[in-house]
Design a protein around this ligand. Structure first.
Ligand code: GLU
Length: 482
């Protein structure tokens, strides 16, 4: 029987969900779930300086809201816990000691002053700081006595100084690194916390992770991690590094510029389903031309072959288009539900909100556009009379004034304030006047909205506003033009 697939999502608690990380989580979830495997959540919080309140909750809530159900994790437990790295300090300490004994790491007692000196030296020569491996040469006795003296230390990886290390990445192919280019990096810090470079290896091994999926920024360090696996005699997992999501061909998405966070996109009015669908396709291509996928469809369709190593550019217009498609494909009731929070301004106007939703559903790309599309319903804006002039509709200020007057008279007499009756009334008026419908409907639409672009035309707007308000707004228009 083949081994159970186990993947993990290992975010650092930053207080927001980077969409690149969320995409990695989806791939990890899909790789596990498409093969009946397990998907694990692990919180990587060893960098305590970057501590942010509530940050774990953001992770739990985001994963929950997009239905990425993990099988094991800090808040739900599991057989390989704890799932928070800061709670695993003792484990790393034990393994770091073991690694020293196995010859894969060494104690380093170099002071901050000495390291600063080295750093200055290499920087003044235009180089990049690299530890000079001074403590690699300490004898066992010396190390013992300094430990006895409670001297502060870190534990560094003892990277072979010759040869090369290779591995096979399922996305990037064979990666080979000359060992001499790898630094003796810190595995355990002086505060007893591991660095990512050590913790990821220990945890992935102990949690029996079979497939490590992460950003391609870790590609060049992976040989170092593999050297640690080898020192312990542990099986190396399968690696899949994924290309970053870019803002432009040179620039990555960044939280600071407000374009990398999942929460920010939600606040901008994108639907989570559309965001998920869109980001999955940034870095993975299905085998067909289909572009729309739910998570459960993805579980069926996902295959590793579609993962790409070329960075994808995040195209907000494409996401907007996709979001608009999602809105259009919703049932009228579902659209109404997601649109309601955007109706705050018109909630108290006695307008039939369901009808507003029907008008908006096919004319909205992102929900946050809604308030601006419907603000005129709450209050007629102070508009420019020039709007009445429309070449295509063949209207000018005189025609508009005459037709507003006539429309008002006819609409005043209408007993039934319903769509078809209003439409009948205005189109009958147009034919009575011997003019095209547009010559009546355009001025009415402007009078009712004060805008050239509205969701729905004159008839729909009149129906929404009701008879009294329609007549009042026509009167305002007549006054403006008279
Ligand atoms: N904590 C790392 C990060 O957030 C995780 C990398 C990994 O998945 O191994 O970048």
């Amino acid at each position: 029987m083949s081994k159970e697939i186990r993947t993990r999502f290992a975010p650092s608690p930053t207080g927001y969900m980077h969409i690149g990380n969320l995409r990695t989580a989806i791939y990890e979830y899909l790789i596990a779930k498409s093969q009946n495997g397990k998907f694990i959540l692990r919180i990587e919080d060893t960098d305590q300086e970057r501590y942010v309140d509530n940050a774990r909750e953001v992770i739990y809530e985001t994963l929950q809201s997009v239905n990425l159900k993990y099988d094991e994790g800090p808040d739900i437990g599991g057989p390989y816990g704890p799932y928070v790295q800061s709670e695993r300090k003792a484990i790393y300490k034990e393994y770091a000691k073991k690694l020293v004994e196995l010859g894969g790491a060494y104690y380093c007692f170099c002071s901050k002053e000495r390291l600063d000196q080295l750093r200055k030296g290499s920087e003044s020569q235009g180089g990049v700081f690299e530890y000079d491996k001074f403590c690699r040469l300490l004898t066992n006795e010396e190390v013992e006595s300094r430990l006895q003296n409670n001297e502060a230390y870190v534990i560094r990886q003892k990277v072979p100084e010759t040869g090369s290390t290779s591995f096979e990445d399922l996305v990037y192919g064979t990666i080979t690194v000359e060992n001499q280019t790898l630094a003796d990096g810190i595995l355990m810090k002086a505060d007893g916390m591991p660095t990512y470079n050590f913790a990821n290896v220990v945890d992935d091994h102990l949690m029996e992770i079979t497939h490590v999926v992460r950003g391609s920024e870790y590609l060049s360090s992976t040989p170092k991690y593999n050297l640690i696996y080898q020192s312990f005699g542990w099986e190396i997992p399968t690696y899949l590094h994924v290309a970053p999501i870019m803002k432009t061909s040179e620039k990555k998405l960044s939280k600071r510029e407000g374009d990398a966070s999942f929460q920010d996109l939600l606040e901008k009015g994108f639907l989570k389903e559309a965001i998920i669908n869109y980001i999955v396709l940034l870095g993975w291509s299905p085998s067909t031309n289909e572009e729309f996928f739910t998570l459960s469809e993805l579980k069926e369709q996902f295959s590793l072959k579609g993962l790409s190593k070329s960075p994808a550019i995040f195209d907000i217009n494409k996401l907007k288009w996709m979001n608009g498609e999602y809105l259009r494909r919703m049932s009228a009731e579902d659209f109404h539900k997601v649109a309601i929070p955007y109706y705050k301004e018109i909630v108290h106007c006695g307008i039939d909100l369901k009808k507003v939703s029907l008008l908006l559903q096919h004319r909205t790309e992102i929900l946050s556009e809604i308030p601006e599309k419907i603000d005129f319903l709450a209050e007629l804006p102070n508009y420019d009379s020039q709007l009445y002039i429309n070449k295509k509709m063949k209207t000018d200020l005189v025609i508009a004034l005459n037709h507003l007057r006539a429309s008002k008279e006819e609409l005043l007499l209408l007993n039934q304030w319903k769509h078809d009756e209003i439409e009948g009334c205005l189109t009958t008026l147009a034919s009575k006047l011997g003019v095209k419908n547009g010559q009546v409907l355009w001025p009415v639409r402007i009078a009712l909205s004060g805008k050239a672009s509205t969701p729905g035309g004159a008839v729909e707007l009149a129906e929404l506003l009701g008879q009294d308000e329609t007549l009042r707004r026509l009167e305002v228009g007549i006054f403006k033009l008279g």
